[in-house]
Design a protein around this ligand. Sequence first.
Ligand code: SF4
Length: 356
Amino acid sequence: MVRRKSRVIKVGNVPIGGGYPIVVQSMTNTFTEDLEATVNQIKELEKVGCEIVRVAVPTVEAVDNIPLIKKKIGIPLIADIHFDYRLAIKSIEKGADGIRINPGNIGGMDKVKEVIKVAGERNIPIRIGVNTGSLPKEILNKYGYPSAEAVAETALNYMKFFEDEDFINMKFSLKGSDIKTTVLANRIFASSCNYPIHIGITEAGTVLSGAVKSAAGIGILLYEGIGDTVRVSLSAHPKIEVKVAFKILSSLGLRDYGVDVISCPTCGRCQVDLPRIALEVEEALEHIKTPVSVAVMGCAVNGPGEASFADVGIAAAGEKFILFAGGKVIGKYKEEEAIKRLVGEVERVANEKENK
Ligand code: SF4
């Protein structure tokens, strides 16, 4: 994998592009007008490692909440605006660290110029989002349908428009209605400029199908070196988006974050409820940010091997569990005690790794 060389932009204090780690972001699904719910959800996202958060800004009330939300969170906030350029301008004025617009639906290119002017004055980056669903008429007439080439050409046209306004503080996202279109559009765009690219598969679906589609589409692009920031879109709590994004990045060796739980599929030898226990362990270790490998295994066949290769592990032995840390047996415990001790060992290992 050779990463495409992109220019660097900064959203708040988070650099995107260049050789910086690929940034994981997500979007709240609360009403931004509901301050408490939005702040609480962003805090949940921060806990699982989300590095930038986007909120929908469809109303003046939502804009007014931007400074109040920002006071209570620790990660940069991007305002997502459609249809009304005035909300984009106001979001910048109210302190958003970035905005996301689709120049095709914000009220005309003269309005886009007004947004660019304010973003330029305040040094606020803009994400330009291009989707197959909202391509300009002349592009659709030229290509006949919303092809990958049509999406890429639209993004390149917007790029030129923004550059003509002396604005280069931008990143792009190009999304098709299917994975092939998205991948091809990004490939064309990536080879035509050096702006950072936000990648994701739009409207991917529920947890299972969305995670699989995202892994396939985002995985192809990352493997080709394309992508500076990632958002996995799921019809689920956004903290699952963050977890899936980190899993995709870590499976390609691009980021290591938090606990990686290795668990067996179970079989007729397993005498414990391993799927439930593995989930419980994963949730109990959500707060750990340092990479730690944890094995949760169902019996003595592969259990002791996997559990001793991992930083920390448990392997079921009948109805009890043998706890391993650093390859050594710590003891044999009943379920509740085994999980409690495993969590303690993981916290200790994480501390040691952090202080190395
Ligand atoms: Fe089955 Fe044991 Fe292997 Fe799990 S570790 S799949 S329970 S043989």
